[in-house]
Design a protein around this ligand. Structure first.
Ligand SMILES: Cc1ncc(COP(=O)(O)O)c(C=O)c1O
Length: 430
């Protein structure tokens, strides 16, 4: 890939003529005045555009990247794997990277908790797998009346029909409600009392913090309390750690913070360090055993690229980096620095609230009197556009600017990223 202006016009023309982007109003994207950013390379926490300009990857390439771009260890693991084979079917065959990865993933949990790994491609498909497992599990256990899925208001669990049934963001999912299965959405744990627990199949939660809701933090202890409720009533607990997994909250998994082991753990995004689409649904031996028997007990679910060998090799390298580079230890001072730097934004006009959980943060913007901006003003998007001008890439969720850079970001880069945010807020909010 070359860098340079000459090709940029050709790429932009081809892209505007033929690409369709997720979550994007394509009329605006394709408008003559819109200038899509063409990213051509990366190094560490930086991404470079076709003009050779560098930007800090302030949302870790949509919350996926952990150790930076072109990490030598993951790059080498992928090259080594390419010398063997890129992909083979996991349907009817197996391979060493998947076997090793499954073993390493379950070893991250206390013995006897999560012991089985079902691979898929992304957060949505890993959620979908969990939902089908839950549904079939209760049928096979002879409790078909346990059909109800419980999720939380403003939740986000992906965009396949099943996963989106549990989503609580009307703007994303409401239009498809006629095709989704009914799910109960609770604002918090107080709603549990109104349920008939004997009908509940599973509760699903983004532990500690809801991402797409706008980086909303759950109260401390809430996850533990939910686990206790599930235990009391024999209900399965699904922890969606697609965003929070692999160190984002400061511990390897968010569930660790409250000493909780779920019945299903859903992992994606950071599993490969942000390199390749690979996801995993972990569950207990108890659930797995219910599926053993004749053909009618088989889980008929899967995808062509399940357990892709390159993805598994990248994931193994990702886990080795955590072990060998003491990633979590080295992250703690950066979490504190992020808190200090963002803390200074609190006193800035237009900043309603700064929320942080580990290395995840969201800056909620409002008018100076604390009331929300009119939605049609797209203030969050404007601020992110201005931040780009100052060398920082990130995306808003409505008027919450998300900031969650790769863990490898230097202190100096953290300072310049927050400076960029501060200037962008000042300019984008007026
Ligand atoms: C908590 C959570 N679950 C599931 C998903 C869906 O993952 P994917 O986009 O990989 O399908 C996301 C995506 O942002 C997420 O944040």
């Amino acid at each position: 890939m070359t860098e340079g202006g000459a090709d940029t016009a050709r790429w932009v023309a081809a892209e505007k003529a033929h690409c369709w982007h997720p979550f994007t109003q394509m009329r605006d994207w394709c408008a003559p005045e819109s200038e899509p950013l063409l990213l051509v390379s990366g190094q560490g926490a930086l991404l470079r555009d076709a003009q050779g300009r560098d930007y800090i990857d302030g949302n870790s390439s949509i919350w996926t990247n952990l150790h930076g771009h072109r990490h030598p260890r993951i790059d080498a693991a992928l090259r080594d794997q390419l010398d063997l084979v890129a992909h083979t079917s996991f349907l009817g065959f197996t391979h060493p990277p998947a076997a090793e990865l499954a073993q390493e993933l379950v070893a991250l949990w206390p013995g006897g908790t999560l012991n089985r790994v079902f691979f898929s491609d992304d957060g949505s498909t890993a959620m979908e797998a969990a939902l089908k497992m839950v549904a079939q599990y209760w049928q096979m256990r002879g409790e078909p009346e346990r059909r109800e899925f419980v999720a939380f208001s403003n939740a986000y669990h992906g965009d396949t029909m099943g996963a989106s049934s549990l989503g609580g963001i009307a703007g994303f999912h409401g239009r498809f409600s006629a095709w989704q299965f009914p799910a109960t959405h609770l604002p918090d744990l107080s709603g549990l009392d109104a349920l008939d627990p004997a009908k509940v199949a599973a509760v699903v939660i983004e532990p500690l913090v809801q991402g797409a809701a706008g980086i909303r933090l759950w109260p401390p202890g809430m996850l533990r309390e939910l686990r206790q409720w599930c235990d009391r009533h024999g209900v399965l607990l699904i922890a969606d750690e697609v965003m929070t997994g692999f160190g984002r909250t400061g511990t390897l998994f968010a569930c660790e913070r409250e000493g909780v082991a779920p019945d299903f753990l859903v992992l994606a995004k950071g599993l490969t360090g942000g390199y390749l689409p690979l996801a995993a649904t972990l569950t207990t031996e108890r659930v797995f055993e219910a599926f053993l028997g004749g053909p009618e007990r088989t889980l008929y679910y899967g995808h062509s690229y399940t357990a892709n060998q390159l993805g598994c090799a990248a994931a193994l390298a990702n886990l080795a980096i955590f072990r060998e580079e003491k990633v979590l230890d080295r992250l703690q001072p950066k979490i504190r620095l992020m808190g200090e730097l963002l803390g200074a934004l609190r006193s800035q006009g237009f900043v309603r609230e700064v929320r942080q959980c580990g290395f995840i943060s969201g800056i909620e913007l409002s008018r100076e009197d604390g009331t929300p901006f009119a939605p049609e003003r797209f203030t969050g998007a404007r601020v992110c556009q201005r931040a780009r001008h100052y060398g920082l890439l990130t995306r808003p969720i409505r008027d919450v600017v998300v900031f969650m850079p790769p863990y490898c970001i230097s202190e100096e880069q953290l300072h310049s990223a927050v400076n960029a945010l501060s200037r962008a807020i000042e300019e984008g909010c007026v």
